[in-house]
Design a protein around this ligand. Structure first.
Ligand code: 26Y
Length: 818
């Protein structure tokens, strides 16, 4: 294999100008004088791409030659965020590009603003995948990300009269300069039909006779490492109708039916499911999962591996990391490939398969553990169901051998559940098939071992491990918070970007009054920048003299946006009732960002309520502008990069034992916000690292939650016992935020008083008390700043580079390779 013949354009302003103009003229087909901002953006993107291309081809070549063990990260979601800024950063071209464009009379910021981010994920799990592939590229680890190229990503959220209205996310409508389609490398993915046994030279074998299929077209994306000359690949699959599919019908003259058939096939990669946490038994979702899992396995076996590869060595060549259960159908698919297609013996194939998978669980909520009804799975993937049955049979035989006839245990561990209907428990299948199973924060992994998958932990000692999540410092510090990055680099030099533990050295700077002053000025300037962004984006104003108190994350009851809202209503209630003199109210701007799953009724009601409370509070002269509630719509990665660096207070207030990890919590702390939080997920580790004096802890612990649940939680008892709480709830119930209409928020109120599954009312008093400690601490600006600096200094642990090192050491055993 020859070295890649491609060379990058010269790394100079002149070189960049020439390349940019070439791309504009020859790529877009317009002259500079006639070009619009989108032409210019596309030409700029292609120019940066040109600088990455030689490195990409070289990375692919070396990976082919070395055949070193690599990671195949299988994820149904990648929440990438904008690509341009990150590519400029990775190539070290930020300044060259800005100067070159200035020479052409263009402000690069205008072009950056043109990019529509690919929102191919819902929230934490999808963003985690994006951080991980960034770290793998930066650490030179052989790896490839596999996923789905949704034509429509997560919906665009708008508000109409305070209520969420979903609009389609047409992220591809202006063209995406970052993708490389390869129709010639398509895989055919089959569905439906039946299986049959046949005689193969005296051996009985099984084959699958499917009844329809689709093409999976790979689209490659560059994943550039930070200033290291490496570019890994993200391969996303797009569904296309096969010729056989519609030709037959076309020839019969039924054009409408042909188009319908095509639509049916292409629907598979049409839209991202906007549900998070609550799986809906949607057939299309199972199609999506099999579609990308099967295409990825086939791609790896047929395209990435050399021909005649000895498959018994596969565990030394590849590890397929399952990002939650969404790709777990890859397990029976690999078995099918090995046994039915490539003729291996079952036992041998199973040994290979068990050496090739690892599973990450991202939840603790029982309703979020994916199951597929046997009926549906058998109809869509009959051969896979047979394979799953056989895996289960052998697994349960081993369980029985170990525990005798403990049928209760057997039933609990079975891959097949019987209630409320016969179904395949994907988490059990993943656990049985995997080398390792990991949770995403210490507490989460502990609860997995002790509760959710306890029997499995007992059966497979050593299989369970923890890898605490992380975030990429490139995007979430260096790119998102340029002024803080410059301050840090002034103090420490530039090495921290790939060695985040070095932030520890800032601890001594926290004692330096001049450094504190500069740090406080960085925070203030980030607030001013946020003000400009929100003013232009949504007409919202951020007062840079206010404490900025932020809660951004998916809207979910367990995350308890309601608790934050009750705090705001309590403050407001204190003012309007005259109980609290206005001069005693700390000026705060509250920012919410949250999408609710379109079918999640109560979550949408809560969004509505937040908006209505905001309208009333913001307009009430009695408040004297001291409280402001802002809810910019359509929170996404791009907005996160603007909000997080400006925040003073980070709200991480889930009910203990429900948030697997959280990653927003890490982003805030690393950008110098102090956390108010429960003892949940990675909050636990953040607090341990930054220290109790620099973290506002409140609320029940996980065992206390269990205890309260066991003795019978009665939310209305808390309502009755606490006059502040009662008054706040009564104010909402009175219609004060709904123009006097008591019915509008009745479901929210009833849910709180009579159900309150996530114990908002039980933690209310502790939360209010903790917020009073926040106010007191904030009053001493200099001490607050010192705490903020210590948060930055002590959160280097949360780099996703560290997460990747942990995966490599504990699970993958895939060292960096050049
Ligand atoms: C199957 C479908 C309904 C589904 C779709 C998306 C199920 C779950 C999800 C997404 C889950 C998710 O984002 N989980 C979050 O993963 C983060 C990364 O590990 C954690 O930090 C966070 O606590 C967890 O809620």
């Amino acid at each position: 294999l020859a070295k890649a013949p491609v060379t990058a354009p010269p790394n100079t302003v002149d070189g960049f100008v020439k390349q940019f103009l070439d791309n504009l003229n020859f790529g877009q087909g317009v002259a500079l004088s006639a070009s619009g901002v989108n032409d210019q953006y596309l030409a700029l993107a292609r120019t940066v791409r040109d600088y990455l291309m030689a490195r990409w081809l070289e990375t692919v070549r070396r990976q082919l030659v070395s055949q070193a063990k690599g990671v195949c990260y299988l994820s149904a979601e990648y929440l990438l965020g904008r690509q341009l800024g990150n590519s400029l950063l990775a190539t070290g071209l930020e300044d060259v590009a800005a100067e070159a464009l200035a020479e052409c009379g263009i402000d690069i910021a205008d072009l950056r603003a043109q990019e529509v981010e690919p929102g191919l994920g819902n929230g934490g799990l999808g963003r985690l995948a994006a951080c991980f592939i960034d770290s793998l590229a930066t650490m030179s680890v052989p790896s490839i990300g596999y996923g789905i190229r949704y034509e429509y990503g997560i919906f665009r959220q708008t508000f109409e009269d305070g209520q969420q209205v979903e609009k389609p996310d047409r992220w591809l409508s202006m063209g995406s300069p970052w993708e490389f389609p390869h129709p010639e490398a398509a895989q055919t993915i089959s569905f439906g039909g039946r299986t049959e046994q046949y005689d193969d030279d005296g051996v009985t074998r099984t084959r699958w006779i499917p009844d329809w299929d689709v093409l999976a077209i790979p689209y490659n994306y560059m994943v550039p490492g930070y200033l290291n000359g490496r570019v890994n690949t993200l391969r996303l699959w797009s569904a296309q109708a096969t010729k056989a599919f519609d030709l037959r019908i076309f020839n019969a003259g039924d054009y409408a039916e042909a188009v319908r058939a095509q639509t049916f096939a292409e629907n598979i990669s049409k839209v991202l499911y906007p549900e998070d946490s609550t799986p809906q038994g949607k057939e299309l979702r199972l199609q999506q999962q099999y579609f990308f899992a099967a295409a990825s396995i086939a791609d790896f076996l047929d395209v990435v591996l050399p021909p005649d590869y000895d498959l018994t060595k596969l565990p030394d060549r590849a590890i397929f990391q399952l990002n939650d259960t969404h790709p777990v159908i890859a397990v029976p698919e690999l078995m099918r490939q090995l046994v039915d297609v490539r003729g291996l013996e079952w036992e041998q194939a199973w040994e290979i398969t068990q050496g090739c998978f690892a599973y990450t669980c991202h939840t603790l909520l029982p309703e979020a553990l994916e199951v597929w009804s046997v009926d549906l799975l058998g109809r869509l993937l009959p051969r896979h169901l047979e394979i799953i049955y056989r895996i289960n049979e052998e697994f349960l035989a081993a369980v029985r051998e170990r525990y005798g006839d403990d049928e209760l245990r057997v039933r609990n561990m079975s891959i097949i559940g019987e209630h409320p209907e016969r179904s395949v428990r994907m988490a059990h299948l993943a656990t049985v098939a995997s080398v390792k199973v990991n949770g995403v924060a210490e507490l989460h992994s502990q609860l997995l071992r002790e509760k959710v998958l306890h029997d499995f932990h007992e059966f497979y000692p050593g299989k369970f491990t923890n890898v605490t999540n992380g975030i990429t410092p490139r995007r979430f510090l260096r790119l998102a918070n340029k002024s803080l990055s410059e301050l840090i680099t002034d103090a420490l030099g530039p090495g921290w970007v790939t060695d985040l533990d070095r932030l520890r050295e800032l601890e001594t700077y926290a004692e330096d009054p001049e450094f504190r002053e500069r740090f406080a000025e960085v925070k203030a300037s980030n607030k001013r920048r946020l003000n400009r962004v929100l003013l232009e984006r949504d007409g919202l104003e951020v007062d840079d003299t206010h404490m900025l108190d932020v809660m951004v994350k998916r809207l979910h009851e367990y995350k308890r946006q309601m608790l934050k809202l009750l705090h705001i209503v309590t403050l407001y209630d204190g003012i309007v009732s005259g109980r609290v003199p206005i001069s005693e109210v700390t000026p705060r701007t509250f920012i919410f960002g949250a999408k609710a799953a379109p079918g999640y009724r109560i979550a949408k009601d809560i969004i509505h309520l937040i908006n209505k409370v905001g309208s009333v509070v913001n307009a009430d002269p009695a408040v004297e502008g001291r409280l402001k509630v802002l809810f910019p719509p359509n929170y996404n990665v791009t907005l996160a990069e603007r909000i997080i660096p400006a925040a003073d207070l980070s709200e991480q207030i889930s009910l203990a034992g429900k948030e697997a990890s959280g990653t927003g919590n890490m982003k805030f702390a690393l950008n110098g916000a102090l956390t108010i939080g429960t003892d949940d997920g990675a909050n636990v580790e953040i607090r341990q690292l930054v220290g109790d004096d620099h973290f506002f802890l409140f609320g029940m612990t996980e065992p206390e939650v269990e205890e309260l649940a066991a003795k019978g939680y009665v939310p209305s008892d808390f309502y009755r016992a606490d006059p502040n709480l009662r008054s706040a709830i009564d104010l909402i119930a009175s219609g004060a935020f709904s123009g006097g209409d008591r019915s509008v928020f009745e479901p929210v109120i009833s849910n709180l008083l009579y159900n309150d599954r996530f114990m908002v009312l039980a933690d209310y008093a502790a939360y209010i008390a903790a917020q009073e400690r926040v106010d007191a601490a904030y009053a001493d600006a200099d001490t607050w700043t010192r705490s903020a600096i210590l948060n930055v200094a002590r959160c280097g642990f949360f780099s996703s580079d560290r997460s990747m090192r942990d995966y490599i050491d504990r699970i993958w055993h895939t060292p960096p390779s050049f």
